[in-house]
Design a protein. Structure first.
Length: 276
């Protein structure tokens, strides 16, 4: 089904080959137009709410994710990624009604967490897993990386592999649904390898690629958490069941609805009390 935005003229359509519409890559709102950090996160939250609802109206059977880094998990913290300096509130953003699943990234060296990037990153993963369990939505570690040669944790490929193993083991938490590392590269047009411009390149075959393949297989083979939408009695008639429901996408969900068969969850309220 194709829909056209009456304001922009852009056409959107429900496409079964597309799993997710991501709103932005690492959105931030540091200054909020004042020159100071917007530690409350209200402007970005308002934009994400509006944009996600718009996409949901135009393509109601697609998953929608924000694509943020996971900042603002504890806005009282002086630790840069945890605090509100970039104008993000990860819990509130992930809890938005039209956001189907949460994302967070992990680049401790880039963020200045150089004392113990692996240990810090593991805590970052487990803290988001704990928050995800309370929110009641799937959450994916959307990007992560350690630049080769820029820290003892990634002095060479073998050392970095050990660091990555620690992180992908942490992602095995039942509150997390998977990971997407940065960056698998291909050959360029002249047959040479794509340049390792940021120190994060992964090629196939390699020990790193094998590590990630094994971790992905472990996640795919484990029992998935159940996310079940509890429909409210006051929901409008437009919220009717339809086969192939978007919220039943096998990559993220496995569960049976409690009220109606194969409901289209997510178009309306998706707060914590609507899940179990």
């Amino acid at each position: 089904m194709t829909r056209k935005n009456r304001y922009t003229g852009l056409a959107y359509r429900d496409d079964p080959t597309i799993m997710t519409r991501e709103l932005a890559n690492e959105p931030r709102n540091r200054s909020a137009g004042t020159g100071f950090a917007d530690t409350g996160g209200a402007p970005l939250l308002k934009w994400a709410d509006s944009a996600s609802r718009l996409v949901k109206r135009l393509a109601p059977n697609q998953l929608v994710a924000l694509g943020d880094e996971g900042f603002g998990l504890d806005k009282t913290s002086s630790d840069y990624p945890y605090g509100g300096y970039e104008g993000n509130d990860w819990v509130k953003l992930t809890s938005l009604p039209a956001i189907d699943y949460g994302t967070f990234h992990l680049y401790p060296v880039t963020w200045g967490e150089t004392a113990d990037p692996v240990g810090w990153g593991t805590k970052w993963i487990t803290d988001h897993a704990a928050a995800a369990a309370k929110i009641g939505k799937p959450v994916v570690l959307g990007e992560f990386g350690l630049p080769i040669g820029q820290s003892p944790a990634s002095a060479d490929e073998a050392t970095r592999d050990a660091s990555y193993q620690t992180w992908v083991d942490a992602v095995q938490s039942p509150s997390l649904s998977g990971f997407q590392f940065w960056l698998l590269t291909a050959l360029t047009d002249d047959g040479t390898l794509y340049g390792d411009y940021d120190g994060l390149r992964v090629v196939f075959p390699s020990s790193t690629a094998t590590l990630f393949r094994s971790a992905a297989a472990a996640i795919a083979g484990r029992a998935r958490p159940t996310f079940v939408c509890r429909h409210r009695e006051d929901e409008p008639a437009a919220h009717e069941p339809r086969p192939g429901a978007r919220h039943q996408h096998p990559a993220l969900y496995r569960g049976q609805p409690t009220v109606r068969p194969q409901p289209r969850c997510g178009r309306y309220a998706r707060s914590q009390e609507n899940y179990r």
